[in-house]
Design a protein around this ligand. Structure first.
Ligand SMILES: [Zn+2]
Length: 392
């Protein structure tokens, strides 16, 4: 496959180059050459070409619960959602995943981290729809859908894989967390941490420690642990995360919608070199899987919170949704458009009014402050063109 005459290529390479009027040659599932006059192919002369976005935290099986439980704070929302989830059939979950994956692809996401139950059969959907998929198998104490043993299903392909997803410290016992840690041997562990002030207070009362201190004390934290939210943390806990090289995924819209009150300490994380990826969380608390919306809100939230317009620049936020997402997943083969990387690429239509006028200097700005998922035109995952998802 050849992407011909790309008007702009937002490479996200080491020097964050934006290239103009170049071709991208793809062989099998890899980008093999970026240059000029490489042959005939898909005309991209009116397109922005960028790495596919990485949604590092969501729950696709909950897609059918979009809009059913709005305007509640987390504890009340969780109780309602868990009651509704208990009634979902395997087919409901599978259908939710199918819809969620289609929405993610349609809006420019090529990789998702999906924390949910019943992975074995549902991952078939991911395999069929063509997205890059990491299923974080959810473990919950005394939950009917939680697996009976801490075993993972076998990876389906190089594109569809599994990792551990213990739900949170308040919903998974210390014994189960330790069992998972012992079993994990190099696999990623994905967990919700410090989402609310209540979680922090409850953890302090129960364990005499704050959430990250507690996870460190049971030998849980290392570079394979990826934590969603991380809103209510002290500087001491941030130091622990940095020292252990654990990773963080920021979900600003879900935090704001569930009225968590706090703001994830982005600047303090950056000062410590903590890797921060970006995720939407589920559509039951967002209510969208559009990562362009998520980037936009992330940028605005932190500027407003820190009283500093230079905080969370367009480039910093785009990094969260691309290259940082790759590091979060422990991968060096996705997240940027470079020779040798896997071809996970999306294009946006420059003829759309909200992306005009344009030039090289403001194209990254457009991606974060002006674009939305409906500007996405072509989606390529693992070298395969997903036929204009959602468009006739
Ligand atoms: Zn979540």
């Amino acid at each position: 496959m050849l992407l011909k005459n790309c008007r702009y290529i937002v490479t996200q390479n080491g020097s964050r180059e934006v290239l103009e009027n170049k071709d991208i040659l793809i062989e099998d599932n890899k980008i093999v050459k970026i240059g000029e006059d490489l042959g005939e192919g898909l005309d991209c002369s009116e397109k922005i070409v960028m790495p596919g976005l990485i949604n590092a935290h969501t729950h696709l099986g909950m897609t059918s619960l979009r809009g059913v439980s709005d305007d509640k704070e987390l504890a009340e929302w969780l109780e309602d959602i868990w009651a509704r989830e208990a009634k979902l059939s395997e087919e409901d979950i599978k259908e939710g995943k199918r819809l969620g994956i289609k929405e993610a692809l349609r809006t420019g996401t090529t990789t998702v981290v999906d924390m949910y139950f019943r992975m074995g059969s549902c991952a078939e959907v991911a395999e069929k729809e063509g997205i890059r998929y990491l299923g974080a198998v959810t473990f919950l104490e005394d939950h009917p859908l939680s697996p009976a043993t801490v075993e993972l299903p076998k990876d389906i392909s190089s594109r569809v894989q599994f990792c551990y997803g213990p739900h949170a410290i308040y919903s998974t016992s210390e014994d189960m967390l330790k069992q998972i840690k012992n079993k994990s041997s190099g696999k990623l562990i994905h967990i919700h941490v410090a989402e609310t002030r209540k979680e922090r207070a409850d953890c302090k009362e129960k364990h005499g420690k704050l959430p990250v201190e507690y996870l460190e004390s049971i030998g849980f934290l290392d570079e394979n642990v990826t934590m969603a939210h991380c809103v209510w943390l002290t500087k001491g806990e941030l130091d622990i995360i940095a020292r252990k090289k654990a990773k963080v995924v920021h979900c600003p819209q879900s935090n704001m919608k569930l009225s968590g009150g706090g703001v994830m300490p982005l600047n303090e994380m950056q000062e410590r070199g903590i890797v921060v990826a970006l995720g939407t969380d589920s559509v039951a608390s967002n209510n969208s899987l559009d990562m362009f919306r998520e980037m936009h809100v992330a940028a605005l939230l932190h500027k407003h919170h820190y009283w500093d317009p230079a905080t969370a620049s367009a480039q910093i936020v785009l990094d969260m949704a691309t290259v940082n997402g790759a590091v979060f997943l422990g991968r060096d083969d996705i997240g940027s458009i470079e020779e040798g990387k896997l071809a996970d690429i999306v294009t946006l239509n420059l003829n759309d009014e909200n992306l005009q006028p344009h030039d090289k200097e403001r194209i990254v700005s457009h991606l974060v402050y002006a674009a939305n998922g409906m500007n996405v035109s072509d989606v390529i995952v693992d070298g395969k063109l997903i036929s204009r998802p959602g468009r006739p």
